[in-house]
Write a protein that binds this ligand. Structure first.
Ligand code: HEC
Length: 124
């Protein structure tokens, strides 16, 4: 075996270790586009924030998290949070659900919405 091979193997092992540390507890990497959401939303199971906890939100019925005081508008909206519903919501929350109390204007860039939705899908 040439000496370069074990050196490379060691390097790869170190890289794998470092990566494992950064992803402790299998937490998916948070995209930059989610930063404004994090001001109001936690994604840690069991934790509370100003907005509803978004862990496992994809596939959940809107306004269905026990113990969170949702607006009547969102409670009456009859939405299940799939990709399409989330895309519409994140484009313009007040248009998607008039009367929602989510004080956020929306995200115009479809690529950013996509990054957020993919991230939310991993949180389960
Ligand atoms: C300034 C605070 C704030 C920001 C910023 C914010 N939200 Fe919200 N969000 C809320 C509140 C408050 C609600 C509850 C709305 C209601 O009851 O009408 C909510 C509701 C939601 C819901 C519905 C959850 C459920 O259980 O039905 C989703 C999904 C959501 N937000 C995603 C996001 C995402 C993604 C972002 C970032 C692009 C974001 N929010 C930014 C405050 C915020």
């Amino acid at each position: 075996m040439k000496p370069v091979v074990p050196a490379l193997t060691t390097l790869l092992a170190i890289a794998a270790l470092a990566n494992g540390e950064a992803r402790a507890e299998n937490v998916p990497a948070r995209p930059a586009a989610f930063a404004p959401c994090a001001a109001c939303h936690t994604v840690q199971p069991g934790q509370k924030s100003f907005g509803p906890n978004l862990h496992g939100v994809v596939g959940r019925k809107a306004a269905s998290l026990p113990g969170y005081a949702y607006s009547n508008a969102l409670k009456a909206a009859n939405i299940t949070w799939n990709r399409q519903a989330l895309d519409r919501w994140l484009t313009a929350p007040q248009k998607a659900v008039p009367g929602t109390k989510m004080p956020f204007p929306g995200i115009a860039d479809p690529a950013k919405r996509q990054q957020i939705i993919e991230y939310l899908q991993k949180l389960r």
